[in-house]
Design a protein around this ligand. Structure first.
Ligand code: DSN
Length: 421
């Protein structure tokens, strides 16, 4: 007699090669200081929702207005995700279907722009995002784009320049938000400029969504016309995207996501987002969000004490951008050495970088994932020490391996959410 497991084997039995690689990735995530600022650990509950049979279902359309039958359980799931996100951020409307941040932004273009319209955002080399109109992205090819920048001296966004460029270019969309800007965003100031020139203000909060939900960064709600985000960074949800807006723009945004840009929504991830939104509404999560920022500030201070040059002199959020020029090492070489030493981050351009993006002067790191494991300010000094040691001994594999072993052993006391090995 065949058992259900014979008919439908486990992953390990069906495909040991993939199962082994996933297990190795689990172990890697368990054993390393994961410091890519756009990454995190989703909880076991979120991961369970994402790995569920919801993945089998098509549900084009929106709750109660679908093009496929069998939505008895899908509709309440998407409604819960929308309602929880609306409550968490205090917005009138949430679309939780974008597959990720780039599709969320593209849907906003589709909702408000015609090809050839002008858009404005923080330039990529200054910490912006590709989809805010950078030339190599579709958003920079189908739209005219104007980039604002950070000042050379203090690496802060130059709001005078934003105002001047906005008045000259009269953009249809004005983006604020980015991927490598360590300072708080002044959403009110952007809103004033957007109003002056008749632009739609889009706040892309992908990096800081969890900080905003937890009250550790000011919210763009009430300032931005539209808010876009991923769901897997500081928010600690599944991979995905969302668009938040008010009643005025709700219909245009929904139409732009479906049928404008996407087909069937990924309801397993939407269920994961509902779970993450429930988690993010707790006091524990508020403490987490504030701890992320406290850890980043503490780490910045300790790295500064060791002579590392922090872009903008520090951080207000979860990330640090370090210019390694004074250390005589390029960002890529440092990132590879740090990775071997158990500190995973990414090489990154710094503002006005004389080097190329594939071999830039800096590294970018952040505290969302390590804070999810329970690290606090007290742990940032040893972490800065390991960081320094790895950068100073970037050519010494034995030394890097010794640091990695220390980190592995240190992290045993800090179990990572969602990692069962
Ligand atoms: N890839 C994301 C990041 O690392 O910031 C942005 O899309």
């Amino acid at each position: 007699m065949t058992t259900p497991t014979d008919r439908d084997p486990t992953l390990a039995a069906r495909d040991p090669e993939i199962a082994a690689l996933i297990r190795q990735e689990d172990e890697r995530q368990r054993d390393k200081m994961r410091m890519i600022p756009s990454e995190n650990y989703a909880s076991r509950a979120v991961l369970e929702a994402c790995g569920s049979t919801l993945s089998n279902k098509y549900s084009e359309g929106y709750p109660r207005k679908r093009y496929y039958e069998g939505q008895q359980f899908i509709d309440p799931i998407e409604e819960l995700a929308r309602d929880r996100i609306k409550a968490l951020f205090g917005v009138e409307h949430a679309n939780v279907q974008p597959y990720s941040g780039s599709p969320a932004n593209l849907a906003v273009y589709f909702a408000f722009c015609k090809p050839g319209d002008t858009v404005m955002g923080l330039g990529l080399p200054h910490g912006g995002h590709l989809t805010h109109g950078w030339p190599v992205s579709i958003t920079g090819s189908y739209f005219k784009s104007v980039a604002y920048s950070v000042r050379r001296d203090d690496h802060r966004i130059d709001m005078d320049e934003v105002r001047r460029l906005a008045h000259e270019a009269k953009p249809r969309l004005l983006f604020c938000g980015g991927t490598a800007y360590p300072r708080a965003w002044d959403f009110a100031a952007f809103a004033t400029i957007a109003r002056e020139v008749g632009a739609v203000l889009v706040a892309d909060i992908a990096h800081i969504a969890g900080l905003i939900a937890g009250g550790a960064h000011p919210s763009p709600v009430g300032h931005a016309d539209v808010i876009t985000s991923t769901t897997h960074k500081t928010l600690r949800g599944p991979r995905g995207g969302m668009i938040l807006t008010n009643a005025t723009h709700a219909a245009a945004i929904d139409k732009a996501v479906f049928p404008g840009l996407q087909g069937g929504p990924h309801e397993a991830n939407i269920a994961g987002l509902a779970v993450a939104a429930k988690e993010a509404a707790t006091d524990d999560f508020k403490r987490y969000a504030h701890q992320v920022v406290a850890n980043a500030k503490a780490l910045g201070r300790h790295l500064g004490d060791r002579g590392f040059s922090l872009v903008s002199g520090g951080t207000d959020n979860h990330l640090l951008l370090i210019d390694l020029t004074n250390k005589g090492i390029a960002g890529k070489k440092a990132a590879k050495a740090l990775d071997r030493a158990g500190i995973e981050l990414n090489y990154n351009t710094v503002p006005y970088d004389p080097r190329k993006p594939f071999d830039p002067s800096g590294v970018r790191l952040g505290t969302p994932a390590i804070t999810s494991r329970g690290l606090t300010e007290a742990h940032m000094e040893p972490l800065a020490g390991w960081f320094d040691e790895a950068v100073r001994h970037a050519d010494d594999d034995a030394k890097l391996d010794a640091v990695a072993a220390e980190i592995r052993s240190f992290l045993r006391d800090f179990p990572a959410p969602g990692i069962l090995v």
